[in-house]
Write a new protein. Structure first.
Length: 337
């Protein structure tokens, strides 16, 4: 009982401290929207601003996926005081899955010692109106959208220069956009490949194309075609070969997502190669694949592919490869839950 009274008194003290400066926002951040790369970069900036190292081994930084961890465990971590230092960070992915009453109760009087970062791929207005109002009042809401292709090139070049120290050839951003489409995670992975391959950080556009690999692209596109044509055996065979050659499961996931999105847009009314932004050969392939895919099937396919993020981020590499293989099998057989 004494411990409970002490905890209650501490919460009241934190609340009074927050109330003493009405303009001061609590360390609560709600990051909404579908884009993941800039959202992840923003998390690192937030942690740095609060003096918390963005290191998974840091005991003052905990990360949860709401679909994997019990809500009680997450809320207990959010509402408890730090054991190490004067502040701690709690990062919660899929925050829309947290119980609303418990989160509302916390947000009404958040702790100054907990840097709470809530992430959701839902957009503002689709997350939870009451929670959004509380977050806006007590903390900060930010929305993250995928960049359009005319913005992505500049973003890629800035990232290459600022984070990787690359001596870029003119036109690198446009080339990466052509290779990767609008997938920022894929652009970032390509920059990592270039940085690791060219130790002097200098290269030409021709060398970029060679390193990122024409064969890589043709193998991947053939694999994706097998997958969306319902050819499970060759799709699985090619996937194993691609991964055995060192290809990243994240890249494979990105290409599957890109194709599913193209098919979705085709069914939604984008019935020309210009509106889809693809070449004629790719457009013919989309036309053929679309005959065996409906909007409800594609909706389930997109959810299945997106769900791989959690495995890639939180499980050993061999688990990610296994989950990717199971997902490909489900896609090819159109048996998504």
């Amino acid at each position: 009982m004494a411990a409970q009274s002490k905890s209650s008194a501490s919460r009241q003290s934190a609340k009074a401290s927050a109330g003493s400066s009405s303009s001061k926002k609590a360390p609560v951040y709600l990051l909404l929207g579908p884009e993941k790369v800039t959202k992840r970069e923003r998390v690192a900036v937030i942690l740095k601003s609060h003096g918390i190292a963005d290191d998974p081994a840091n005991p003052a930084r905990s990360q949860y996926f709401a679909s994997d961890s019990p809500a009680e465990e997450i809320m207990s971590e959010i509402t408890s005081y730090p054991f190490f230092g004067s502040a701690k960070a709690v990062i919660v992915h899929e925050a829309e899955r947290l119980p609303r009453p418990a989160l509302e109760a916390y947000l009404a009087s958040p702790l100054e010692t907990t840097v709470l970062i809530l992430l959701s791929e839902k957009t503002k207005g689709k997350f939870s109106a009451p929670l959004e109002r509380l977050c806006e009042k007590m903390g900060t809401i930010e929305i993250f959208w995928e960049l359009f292709e005319n913005q992505l090139g500049a973003w890629a070049e800035n990232k290459a220069r600022r984070e990787y120290g690359l001596a870029m050839p003119s036109g690198l951003g446009a080339l990466l956009t052509e290779i990767c489409g609008r997938n920022m995670a894929l652009v970032e992975q390509s920059l990592q490949i270039l940085s690791n391959y060219f130790l002097d950080k200098s290269f030409t556009l021709e060398e970029t194309s060679r390193v990122l690999g024409e064969q890589r692209g043709s193998d991947i596109f053939a694999f994706v075609a097998h997958c969306f044509h319902g050819q499970a055996v060759p799709a699985i065979t090619m996937l194993r070969a691609i991964l055995a050659e060192g290809e990243s499961p994240i890249f494979v996931q990105a290409m599957l997502m890109r194709q599913a999105e193209l098919l979705w847009r085709y069914h939604a009314g984008a019935r020309t190669k210009e509106s889809l932004g693809v070449q004629q050969m790719a457009f013919r392939e989309i036309e053929q694949q679309s005959r065996s895919w409906s909007m409800p099937l594609l909706s389930r396919a997109l959810s299945l592919i997106a769900s791989l993020d959690r495995s890639f981020k939180s499980e050993p590499a061999y688990c990610g490869a296994l989950r990717l293989e199971l997902a490909v099998f489900s896609l090819a057989n159109k048996k998504m839950a």
